[in-house]
Ligand binder design. Structure first.
Ligand code: MG
Length: 396
């Protein structure tokens, strides 16, 4: 792909360069006044799957409160962090933004609970993994362009979306699966976006957990990353109210992590003597990394969050209900695909022609994964609530 880009001159030689993209699955003319990764980003923002992120859960079910993160606000936070890092290291900001905004497009309703439930349903039918589903959404399921299915994004954006995958699945994924077979790395833009994702959710889960009352500031003082920044803030601003205190601590935590990531990665880049993006891909290990010290501290924080937040009984209750909704819907559709809405049934029938019963199951998984939290609950009501057994509901 050769096209003029005023942006590419700003990049380091080992960044992904929009003028040297490996390309799109279907050839297209270059965009006017935008580079190829900007076009990717714009297509993602205009997709239906992106709009649905607004009503999909991170940890807390969507309707629990308007102040909690959703997949949409999470994706925006990831993009913000990723762009800051890319700009400082002179990597391609637009590419990191595209990857960040698309990285969760394949998520089921009800967050990880939904993903686990759907994966269990698909256990002997090819499994379900949100990361691979994100790729499926942008490669196949978004259907609105005249010339192709999917969004026809560049290789570099698709590579970044596929963060991990098993060898068996990689064999079916063609060009973007190849690096898992060859034990190679993704671009620096992909690597840094992945670590930005982790930075975003570790920190905003603290914020949401405190807001929800599942964890307290005094619990968090056991965690070094939190305690260090908390001590700085309370010394600088004695008597600060909790709301401001929490924000001042968390913003410093994000900053400390991002600075550590940039400094460590910059050293790794220098040691690896990178010349071009192929040097990045041929590395045995990832170049973008936190320091060992920060990895230890992050591990402590993650363990704290797992014990005190993700495994809190109130979260468990929520996830149990969510898993029931997903499993019930899946079982009902498998038992009788004719209760699927017309478009979903047509999708299943197309997949059945190629893959038989597994194809039908995949089509049902696509339909369920595409639901928002509230749509899944409404669909459950429509199918299982006998009070909905009236003529009026024939229209839904
Ligand atoms: Mg994420």
């Amino acid at each position: 792909m050769d096209s003029p880009s005023s942006y590419s001159g700003h990049l380091v030689s080992y960044a992904c360069n929009d003028t040297q993209s490996i390309g799109r699955r279907f050839d297209e003319q270059h965009p006017t006044y935008r580079n190829e990764y900007q076009r990717d980003r714009d297509r993602i923002i205009h997709s239906a799957a992106f709009r649905r992120l607004e009503y999909k859960t991170q940890v807390f079910v969507n309707h629990e409160g308007d102040l909690f993160r959703t997949r949409l606000t999470h994706s925006l936070e990831v993009a913000q962090i990723a762009r800051s890092i890319a700009r400082e290291l002179r990597l391609h900001e637009d590419l990191t933004e595209a990857i960040a905004l698309a990285h969760d497009l394949g998520h089921t309703p009800f967050g990880h609970a939904g993903q686990t439930a759907l994966n269990n349903c698909m256990k002997n039918l090819g499994g379900f993994e949100h990361n691979i589903q994100s790729l499926r959404v942008i490669d196949k399921l978004e259907q609105k362009y005249a010339d192709f299915n999917g969004l026809n994004l560049t290789f570099e954006t698709r590579e970044g979306i596929l963060k991990h995958c098993s060898i068996i699945i990689a064999k079916d994924l063609g060009d973007v699966g190849q690096r898992f077979l060859d034990k190679k790395q993704a671009s620096l833009e992909a690597q840094l976006t992945d670590l930005s994702d982790e930075t975003a959710y570790n920190n905003h889960d603290i914020d949401d957990g405190l807001r929800y009352g599942l964890i307290t500031i005094s619990d968090l003082l056991k965690v070094e990353l939190f305690r260090t920044q908390h001590d700085i803030v309370t010394k600088t601003y004695p008597g600060l109210d909790d709301k401001k205190l929490i924000h001042e601590v968390i913003r410093r935590m994000i900053n400390v992590m991002v600075v550590d990531l940039i400094d460590t990665s910059r050293d790794n880049i220098a040691n690896a003597r990178l010349k071009n993006v192929n040097d990045v891909r041929n590395q045995k290990q990832k170049i973008m990394a936190f320091s060992e010290d920060m990895d230890q501290k992050k591990l402590e924080l993650k363990q704290f969050l797992r014990r005190n937040l993700y495994q809190h009984y109130r979260v468990h209750r929520m996830t149990k209900k969510a898993a029931n909704v997903i499993k019930s819907l899946f079982d009902a559709f498998i038992e009788d695909p004719n209760i699927l809405p017309t478009e979903a049934l047509e999708h299943c029938n197309l997949l059945k022609e190629k893959h038989g019963d597994k194809g039908v199951a995949r089509g049902i998984a696509d339909y369920i994964a595409g639901m928002t939290d509230r749509y899944a609950i409404i669909e459950y009501e429509r199918i299982f609530n006998p009070r909905q057994l009236s003529f009026a509901n024939l229209t839904t």
